[in-house]
Design a protein around this ligand. Structure first.
Ligand code: AVI
Length: 329
């Protein structure tokens, strides 16, 4: 069988490398490493396992919301559009939207080239009526659409509450970029985790099987595997807690004792109890998120929530239409 046609567009930027960012982050005070570095092959597999955990309500709740709102999204977006997925193309969520929206083009944007192309090929094989494009790009940088998909209205899709992993000022910049990407007649469909009882959040990031702990600690194992770091992963432990003041889950790797980590002839001292901040996962109320979107020039049209008010899916329009009036949805 021939390989299904996927148009590939390489949009390489030159972001700081893993090693540069790690050395800078460990020299900083407090120490930190960006969450994008969780996702090597093992980290991506662990994240997939997190999405199946009973405590991690986000994935299944968002999927259920999408199932119930897909027909309305299709009505709002119209037919013959270009669906732009920011992130992976492997999930059931994008398939649901493709089947309901029947867009003309699909454009997957992801930094991980192999994974992106593999997912795009699978979509092209399963949906022969769809023109599939894959753009290898870092979506935290300026985004652009390949010429071949330039016609038609654009609907960007950013699921999973990944927006929560950006600091609020980065989230604003990202939404402004998406606004430019979809142009004045386009829209964004975005999944955003809601503020809630901290006990539910605590359980979601401290699961009983220890998968989230393994996901967090894998970052240090990456340092050993890829940078030859001299460190003892057992000398650190996973810590996740809800920071009420900032409205975010924080994940840290906590040093169990005073110790030293060596990477490429650089030495980093740790006191007992000192941590490396590895991830923030911001939670928003519907109104907080709408206010952020409006600042980026994206107008709230509809919001859907589950009955337990755990998760929200927003449809935001780049144009300020009657449907995007204040208080809508
Ligand atoms: C990808 N991101 C939205 C996840 C989150 O919930 O912030 C990553 C994650 N970290 C721990 N568990 C899941």
């Amino acid at each position: 069988m021939s390989t299904p046609a996927v148009r590939i567009h390489d949009r390489h930027s030159s972001p700081a490398t893993f090693v540069e960012e790690v050395l800078q982050g460990l020299a900083a005070c407090p120490k930190r490493i960006a969450p994008k570095y969780f996702y090597d092959e093992r980290g991506s597999r662990l994240f997939d396992a997190i999405c199946e955990l009973p405590e991690y309500y986000l994935t299944r709740t968002e999927m259920a919301i999408l199932e119930s709102c897909a027909a309305e999204v299709a009505r709002l977006a119209g037919s013959g559009s270009t669906l732009i997925e920011l992130g992976s193309g492997a999930s059931r969520k994008i398939r649901l939207l493709l089947e309901t929206l029947r867009p003309r083009h699909y454009l997957g944007v992801d930094i991980s080239r192999e994974f992106l192309i593999e997912s795009a090929r699978r979509l092209a094989a399963d949906y022969p009526w769809l023109e599939v494009h894959a753009a290898c790009a870092d979506f935290s940088q300026e985004l652009e659409v390949p010429d071949a998909t330039a016609n038609g209205r654009r609907l960007a899709f950013f699921p999973g509450s990944t927006i929560g992993n950006f600091e609020p000022h980065e989230a604003l910049t990202f939404l402004q970029r998406v606004r430019r990407l979809v142009q004045p007649d386009g829209a964004l469909l975005i999944g955003v985790d809601l503020k809630k009882d901290p006990k539910i959040l605590h359980a979601a990031y401290n699961d009983r099987q220890g998968i989230t702990a393994a996901f967090n600690l894998n970052l240090f194992e990456r340092l050993r595997r890829e940078l030859g770091a001299e460190l003892d992963p057992d000398g650190f432990r996973h810590r996740a807690f809800y920071n009420t003041l900032h409205g975010r889950i924080e994940m840290h790797l906590l040093s169990r004792r005073a110790q030293e980590v060596r990477i490429l002839s650089r030495r980093f001292g740790f006191e007992a109890g000192e941590s490396v901040h590895t991830e923030s996962s911001y939670k928003y109320t519907v109104e907080e998120f709408r206010a952020l979107a409006r600042r980026a020039g994206l107008w709230p049209v509809r919001v859907w929530r589950d009955t337990e008010q755990l998760f929200s899916v927003h449809y935001l329009s780049a144009a300020r239409t009657a449907a995007a009036a204040p208080g809508s949805g």
